[in-house]
Each structure stands twice: as C-alpha cells, then as structure tokens.
Ligand binder design. Sequence first.
Ligand code: PBG
Length: 325
Amino acid sequence: MAFPQTRLRRLRATPALQALFREIRLEPGDLALPLFVRPGKGVKRPILSMPGHFQYSVDELIKAARAASAAGIPAVILFGIPERKDPLARGAYAADGIVQRAIRAIKDALPNLVVITDLCFCEYTSHGHCGVVRGRKIDNDATLTLAAKTAVSQARAGADIVAPSGMMDGQVAAIRGALDGSNLKDIPILAYAAKYASAFYGPFREAAESPPRFGDRSTYQMDPANAREALREVALDIEEGADMVMVKPALPYLDVLSSVKARFGLPTAAYSVSGEFAMLKAAAANGWIDERAVTLECLLAMRRAGADILITYAATDAAKWLKQS
Ligand code: PBG
C-alpha cells in the first residue's frame, strides 16, 4: 500500500514515537578515546591541529584517562612518542618503553578501563615508516618479527587488546602466533584490516611526530579507490586470527564499513581519524556548524553503517553530550 494509506510520518509524530522506532543507538559504551603519551613529568603539550588533545606524560595521561572513564568511555587506545627513534623502532618493544610504562600506570589507576595498544612503528622509527626499511623499500617480513615482539611486550605490560595498524601482510598471523606461544592466548587482536593511505591522517602525524621522511605509505596502506580489495584484506585478517576488524578512516569510507559488516559480521570498529576531527573543530570554531549536533550525527552515521566500536578524538565530549541528552 502506498499513500494515502501509508504515511511514514505517523511514526515520527512525537519524540516518544521517534525514540521507539529508532533503529540504532549511540552510547558512551561504544566509544574509544585515542591518547598520546610522551616521556617526562607534568607534560601536557597541546596538539595544535587537534584542539583539546595533548601529548601527555604518563602522570598527566592518567588524568585524561580518568576523565574519559568517568564520562562512561570503556576504552582508550594508546600511541607513544619515544625518547629516541632508531631504524629498528626499538622503543616500540622495549620492556620499559613509553607505551609499556603508560599501560602499567593506567592499569594501576583504572583497572577496569580497557587499554588498546596501536601496534605500529612509525612513531618509533627514525625514517618514519611503519616497518623495517631496506634501501627505499619497506621490508614486509622483517617487520613481522618486530610486530610479534611488540605485541608480546605490550601484552606483558598489561594491554587488553593489541591493534596492529602497520598494514604488513601476515601481521595478524605473526602476532597471534607470538601471543599464543608466550602464554598470552587470551589477548584479542583488533586488526586495522582496511586502512587506507589517507590524507586525513595529517594532524595525527603532528601529534605522533611520525611523518615518513621519504616517500609515502602507499606501498603498504590501501588505495582510497579500492573497495573490493578491502574485503580481501578483512577476509585475510580474519583467517589469520583477528577477533575484531577495523575500517579507517571512517566518514569518507562508510561504504567500506557497511560492506565489511554485512559480509563478515564480526565486531567491527570505525576509526574516525584526526583529519575528520580537525575539520569539525575548525568549522565549529568559526561558528559554521553546531559542533555537538554534527559530531553526534557523524558518530551515529558510523554506527548505522555497521560499526560497533567508534574510535574518536571526540569521545570524551560525545560521552558527556550523550549523558546530558
Ligand atoms: C600508525 C597510525 C596512524 C594513525 C593511526 N595509527 C598514522 C598513519 O598511518 O600514518 C592515524 C590516526 C589518525 O589520523 O587519527 N601508527
């Protein structure tokens, strides 16, 4: 039956009816907050392109993690800026590395907060690439050895979930094998399965001090033109043992998110990246958009497209806004 018997506006007549027929919801429990940690004490260095975000020393990091947790956010994802960078990213898998120290401190102060670790090398390498460099190439298989070591090191420090983001082939299998072989078989892997070589990562590279010193990341991260290839990436990561998969960036890739969720049905994360956050902040600072409404609408759109977990720099604000509404 069509109009006039059918009138879709009937179910929109009041806020109560709207709530009753809402297909999906957005809750603080869906959110994960990225945090940047650097050496020192009492350090809180603003990240200019990401207003409200800072590089924190461990003591200051705890305060930000506590605020997120108090707002109802169940998880943080950590990025480290080490004391020293070197070609083999030693800071990434050092037992007393910056992220390892941060994990221990958070687990001490906030044992129920889920700590996810980004597992990548660009913040730790002197050349800024996400793996071992040979000549001008990134050596996939040599990088797997380091990824395995890093996963074990992060998990031993107390990480609840490891999230490899380097886009090396076989990294999930290498990490699963290393964790299982080190009596860490219960540590889940959140695979950055479909991670695109995106210009939206610009502000992050300022935040993490991780731009590549030569070339770009297009020989390992995906071509933004490719959607079918994302399904192959995800399928392989699942076969290798991923417990959860991710699509990144989020907003310009909702088509990918939607087909990944429809095809595989695994717990799926969307990473709303630094450039997405910076755009909204800049427009809001100019008074051109309603920051709260637009931010929540974007996050809702990611949930609608299929994301279960939203990694967003707006997490703490969004959680507070959601509690008020
Ligand atoms: C790799 C990593 C990056 C981001 C998350 N993990 C940077 C990159 O691939 O260059 C980007 C996140 C963002 O832009 O918010 N360590």
